[in-house]
Write a protein that binds this ligand. Structure first.
Ligand code: AMP
Length: 116
């Protein structure tokens, strides 16, 4: 856990979040500023800053995280219509919160990937 990390505080229940799913390894909750009708975040409970923090020892947890992303998307009812997943990494990737997270964006058709 990181003392300053907002997502670690959500994991610890120190700040509120609209939780969707939780197990020993991951937590899913609704994004506070949704970009699409369905916008969820799935995070590892353990503090990993970004994708670049993952090592060989994290393969099991990383696989679990990805499988749970698909599970959460089904729970949210967007699996059939489809959704976009997004992981931003560090400054050039547009990462704002320094705790690894997977965005699930759905509920409407999203545009083609445009990098500005
Ligand atoms: P990123 O730019 O990939 O780091 O995205 C961070 C995301 O976290 C943004 O979409 C924010 O709206 C979201 N966010 C920040 N604080 C909170 C919070 N307290 N609860 C839920 N989502 C949050």
């Amino acid at each position: 856990m990181s003392q300053e990390c907002i997502f670690c505080k959500i994991v610890q229940g120190l700040i509120p979040a609209k939780k969707i799913y939780e197990d020993d390894v991951v937590l899913a909750f609704h994004d506070i500023r949704p970009q699409t009708p369905v916008h969820a975040l799935v995070i590892p409970k353990r503090h990993l800053v970004c994708l670049d923090d993952l090592g060989e020892q994290d393969r099991m947890d990383a696989g679990h995280l990805l499988e749970r992303v698909a599970h959460v998307a089904r729970e949210l009812g967007v699996a059939e219509s489809g959704y976009r997943t997004l992981i931003n990494t560090r400054e050039h990737g547009g990462q704002e919160v320094d705790h690894l997270h997977v965005h699930i964006l759905g509920g409407r058709r999203v545009g083609p990937m445009v990098c500005r």
